[in-house]
Design a protein around this ligand. Structure first.
Ligand code: CA
Length: 246
């Protein structure tokens, strides 16, 4: 069984304390950044500050954060661009945009880029804290929901029969679910149609039907279509393999 991606606190370059939630602050105004850092650390969060968008992106790429607070107008890349970059790599990490701008258009741009929430400066710190708590709780619920069987960015909750890939929920029929579980449990091994027929359908292979290929195609449409890396591969004349490296 593969369980990649379920550990939240590995591969760090910064000495981040693992029991506290880690917040990345991206803010070029030093006074505001310092206030945020001091305020958040006082209430028990661990923080790292980036003073421009590029540094923010680098820190995001090399650490595990639980939440990002980002200003919009930043040197290097702006907060919208940063948020899009974060979203393309992690769909679950909460991003809260913080800005002096307050027009409706800016808010819409923020949500378009994938931000989860938005606050206008100057802000009430208690309100910021309340929003952070909501975002963190929501993110933890997403993680809890996906906590049983995993391969690459696919996570299967065996109790609730939920499947998500890259944080996106995928609806499967009971048979598709059973087929996916079988494939994930046998990831990186070639499995034959006979194996699938016996283990998923509890039947012996009937050469007169192509129902397995039909179901594999259903699953491909839901699991692979629209996602970067294909996981279900055909081995001509043999069967299939579920892998990131065909
Ligand atoms: Ca700024």
């Amino acid at each position: 069984m593969f369980t990649y991606g379920l550990t939240r606190y590995d591969c760090k370059i910064l000495p981040i304390v693992s029991q506290m939630e880690n917040i990345l602050i991206v803010e070029d105004e030093k006074r505001v950044a310092d206030l945020l850092k001091a305020g958040l650390e006082e209430i028990g969060y661990n923080t790292v500050v980036a003073y421009d968008g590029i540094m923010g992106l680098r820190l995001f790429q090399s650490n595990d954060f639980d939440l990002v607070i980002s200003d919009i107008v930043l040197p290097g890349i702006d907060g919208f661009e940063l948020c899009r970059e974060i979203r393309s790599r992690n769909r679950n990490l909460p991003v809260l945009m913080l800005t002096a701008l307050g027009s409706t258009d800016d808010k819409l741009d923020g949500f378009d880029s994938g931000a989860d929430d938005y606050m206008v400066k100057p802000f009430d710190f208690r309100e910021l804290h309340a929003r952070i708590k909501v975002l963190l709780r929501r993110a933890v619920q997403k993680e809890d929901r996906c906590d049983s069987l995993a391969y690459a960015d696919i996570v299967i909750d065996m109790n609730k029969h939920n499947v998500c890939r890259g944080g996106v929920d995928i609806k499967l029929t009971p048979k598709e679910f059973k087929l996916l579980v079988f494939m994930v449990e046998n990831a990186e091994k070639v499995i034959s149609r006979i194996d699938i027929a016996e283990k998923v359908w509890n039947t012996h292979f009937d050469t007169g039907t192509n129902f397995i290929d039909v179901y594999i195609n259903y699953l491909r449409k839901k699991i692979d279509k629209g996602f970067g890396k294909k996981l279900i591969h055909t081995k001509p004349g043999i069967g299939f393999i579920f892998t990131t490296e065909p």
